[in-house]
Structures are given as C-alpha cells and as structure tokens.
Design a protein around this ligand. Structure first.
Ligand code: S3P
Length: 179
C-alpha cells in the first residue's frame, strides 16, 4: 500500500510525510529528492540548466519507479498531481492525500524559501497557479485542511486518524500500530 501526499508548495508534504511514515513504521520517499539525487543537482539547478520540461519528464519517470515499492509514504512535488498521466498513475497505485492550506499560509511559507522554488516568480502568478491547480488536487482521495496555526505533528495526527482501517493495516509493518 502506498500513500501519495499531494498539494501546493508549502503545504507541508515532506514534513508531514516523513512524520506519518515514522508513525506507521513505513518507508518515506520524497519525489523531489529522488529526482535531485538521480540528476545530481538541486531542483533549482535542474530548472535553470535543463529547463522545466526536463524536470517534468524526470518527475514523471521517477513517479513511475514507485510502482516497484510495495509499501511507503511518498511526498510528491507541487506540480506532480496536476498532470493527467501522473494523476492516473497515482490513482491506480495508491491513495492520494491532498494537504490543503489557505493561499496566505502557503505564500508565507514559500516566501521563506523562495530561492529554492523555481515556480515562484511573484505573488500574482503564484495565486493564478494555485487557483488553476486546485481542480486537480480536488481529485485526490482524501483532503486534509491544514490550518495556519497547526503544527506538523498535529496535521500528521489528524491525517493518521482519517486513514481508512484497511489502508492502515496494509501500510504498517507493525501489528501493534493502532489508533
Ligand atoms: C514544484 C514544486 C516543488 C518542486 C518543483 C516544482 C511545482 O515541490 O517539485 O520546484 O511545480 O509546484 P514542493 O511542492 O515540494 O515545493
């Protein structure tokens, strides 16, 4: 069983994913990190030197390799779950969880690390991108609304509580994990 965390930049996919995986005793994978290590470059460098289409191709390919992993929690990039092919793949291979946060929260978090995020140009175009992508994120199996004042452990706990029992059973290696 695989869980794919989807949603816009700054939603907390990596932090929540890592914590959730620990809670479940399941392995954690970050799609962006997998692309970075296979290209031996940071995301920022990949965009700058090879361009966005190259990044999207590598992202798509890396996502496909996850079919060989039986159990795990995967943090996707903010753009992954906005392409038809990727959406269909995720729907066929696991459960998608949308971490949904208000735009103001995302903007504040993205602003702190703007240099690392090539999709961030200015507030207006970011807002448009966010609006455009919502239609795709809404296709996910579960949506977790992340509040501005909520900590990563709180969000993770809420997500954990919303996992269907059969998913929980198939995800965790330890029979002792219970709610
Ligand atoms: C992107 C989001 C980033 C990363 C890349 C492109 C996007 O991931 O995949 O910079 O298109 O929104 P995070 O959502 O983890 O920042």
């Amino acid at each position: 069983m695989k869980i794919y965390l989807v949603g816009f930049m700054g939603a907390g996919k990596t932090s929540v994913g890592r914590l959730l995986a620990g809670r479940l005793g399941a392995p954690f994978f970050d799609l962006d990190e997998l692309v970075e290590s296979s290209e031996r470059m940071s995301i920022r460098e990949i965009f700058a030197e090879r361009g966005e289409p190259h990044f999207r191709r590598r992202e798509r390919e890396m996502l496909r390799t996850t079919q060989h992993v039986e159990t795990g929690v995967f943090a996707t990039g903010g753009g992954t779950f906005t392409f038809e092919e990727n959406i269909q793949f995720i729907q066929a291979h696991g459960m998608s969880v949308h971490l949904s946060a208000p735009f103001s929260t995302l903007l504040r978090r993205i602003g702190d690390k703007a240099a690392e995020r090539p999709m961030f140009r200015d507030e207006e175009s970011l807002r448009e991108l966010y609006q455009y992508r919502l239609r795709y994120y809404k296709m996910s199996d579960i949506t977790i609304d992340v509040r501005d004042d909520e900590s990563i452990p709180e969000v993770t706990e809420r997500l954990f509580m919303q996992l269907p029992p059969d998913v929980l059973g198939r995800l965790s290696r330890s029979p002792r994990i219970q709610r």
